[in-house]
Write a protein that binds this ligand. Structure first.
Ligand code: S3P
Length: 168
């Protein structure tokens, strides 16, 4: 299995970098959040509001399992897709896991004008982003095969760096 999983905190550029990787490799992208919205037939905000986070995580885990049976995909993961151990295991078994990072300041600048992230609703500020990032740091680190910092880089440059690192 030869998938590329892009993991990392919200706003670390997973979707944009997936597109850059697609341009270089011609591979198909799976955008997890979009797939979850299709499966649930509602927005991510509505899934959290109507059914709660556990329901969202259950759907997310089912999707990770399905994706892990595929091959040669570029997978833009939701920021919390690595929270469950089973998800990390399925990802590891089916490809390379690339952790994208960015500082809380960069993340804030990238996502501050969007309101489609229920976990940050009412907490859209650098301090909260930094604290949630810190809580998740060990999980991201445990899951990843390689890390690429994204601050101040173009998506194309990040894509090239990823390919260099996973081929090395
Ligand atoms: C989440 C990240 C979001 C989305 C959901 C939960 C998280 O995806 O899956 O709002 O737990 O970090 P992005 O990382 O694409 O924003």
């Amino acid at each position: 299995m030869n998938n590329i999983f892009l993991i990392g905190f919200m706003g670390t550029g997973k979707s944009t970098v997936a597109q850059a990787l697609q341009e270089v490799t011609g591979r198909e992208i799976i955008e997890m959040d979009q797939e979850l919205e299709k499966l649930a037939n509602m927005t991510i905000n509505d899934i959290f509001a109507k059914h709660g986070e556990d329901y969202f995580r259950d759907l997310e885990s089912k999707l990770v399992l399905e994706i892990s049976k595929q091959d040669e995909k570029i997978v833009s993961c939701g920021g919390g897709a690595v929270l469950r151990e089973e998800n990390r295991k399925y990802m590891k078994e089916s490809g390379k896991i690339v952790l994208l990072t960015a500082t809380p300041k960069t993340v804030y600048e990238r996502i501050k004008d969007f309101n489609d992230r229920p976990l940050l609703a009412g907490n859209m500020n650098e301090e909260y982003i930094a604290s949630l990032m810190e809580k998740r740091r060990d999980l991201y680190e445990a899951a990843k095969d390689v890390t690429v910092a994204t601050d101040g880089k173009t998506a194309r440059a990040i894509g090239e760096e990823i390919l260099d690192k996973i081929r090395a």
